[in-house]
Design a protein around this ligand. Structure first.
Ligand code: SF4
Length: 288
């Protein structure tokens, strides 16, 4: 298998097992992760071979790649989880990426079965809580669907790690993106929340939307102002918040609600410091 392998930063120490290739949707304009990868679910014989090659090693945390493993039908994913529990008796957490639709086609009872088989954290990129912004970037799911999915997963005892993209709505709809994202996050109450800045990867649909003028890219200062607006709108009860990806203008790590007021003050100070570029996006990473 020679396809790119993606995992969240928090999974750096996990055993990564690739049970799928690519993303079944693959049409979000901002995402080029799997643009060259035809979607394919490995069959159980292939997965058994991969697992057997690792069998016997200690693995308390496992991350199942690729783009949307929850999309698999209930019986298939249960079989994979059972196989992992058998091969790695000390496994405590099995985590994976999940889109809303792959959660919503499972019942709460089915999700509880996954939970009993050590499925623990689902990483979901909601990108925005604003329906128009989601349409603009062809997300393929609505904010309402993603809220429903997150609540169902959490009702079954699973943890949600939610990812939001700063700058996704450009200058025109930044305020709506910020306001509606905060509202959606308040309904979801995720345990983990990450902010990344959208990077217009050359050749991506999002880069094309900027080039055509459909989206006007936020300045460096605009991105920080947007983050400040989202955080100011958050009413979270118990969430670890991070914005420490290489794409972020300023690294942030906080516990909510404890650190909210301090964080808003710090971001206000940064915005008014004159240190941020108000005319251009400033430094962007060359790769993600
Ligand atoms: S953002 Fe997620 S759902 Fe959209 S194309 Fe990329 S991997 Fe697929």
């Amino acid at each position: 298998m020679n396809t790119p392998l993606y995992r969240p930063p928090a999974e750096a120490g996990s055993l990564i097992l690739q049970v799928d290739e690519g993303c079944p949707y693959n049409r979000c304009t901002f995402c080029s992760m799997y643009s060259e990868v035809p979607y394919r679910c490995l069959d159980m014989d292939e997965i058994r071979q991969i697992v057997d090659a690792e069998r016997g090693r200690s693995a308390q945390r496992i991350f199942l790649a690729d783009g949307d493993v929850m999309r698999r039908p209930f019986d298939q994913l249960r079989e994979i989880l059972e196989l992992l529990n058998d091969a790695f008796p000390d496994v405590a957490r099995i985590n994976t990426y999940a889109a809303g639709s792959g959660i919503l086609d499972k019942s709460e009872e089915e999700l509880k079965v996954f939970k009993s088989l050590k499925l623990h954290t689902l990483y979901m990129g909601i990108e925005s809580g604003d329906e128009e912004t989601l349409e603009l970037v062809c997300k393929g799911e609505t904010a309402e669907q993603m809220v429903e999915a997150a609540l169902r997963a959490q009702a079954a005892g699973l943890h949600m790690s939610i990812m939001v993209l700063l700058g996704l709505a450009g200058t025109a709809c930044s305020a709506e993106h910020a306001r509606n994202t905060a509202l959606v996050l308040n309904r979801m109450q995720p345990r983990l929340l990450s902010f990344l800045r959208v990077v217009p990867v050359p050749g991506s649909g999002f880069a094309g939307q900027i080039a055509s003028g459909e989206i006007e890219q936020l300045s460096e200062r605009g991105v920080v102002e947007e983050l400040r607006e989202i955080i100011a709108g958050l009413e979270l009860q118990k969430t670890v918040l991070r914005a420490n990806h290489s794409s972020n203008v300023v690294p942030v790590e906080a516990r909510m609600p404890r650190d909210k007021a301090t964080l808003v003050d710090q971001l206000d100070s940064l915005v008014s410091s004159g240190k941020l570029d108000g005319d251009s996006p400033g430094h962007m990473p060359l790769w993600l």
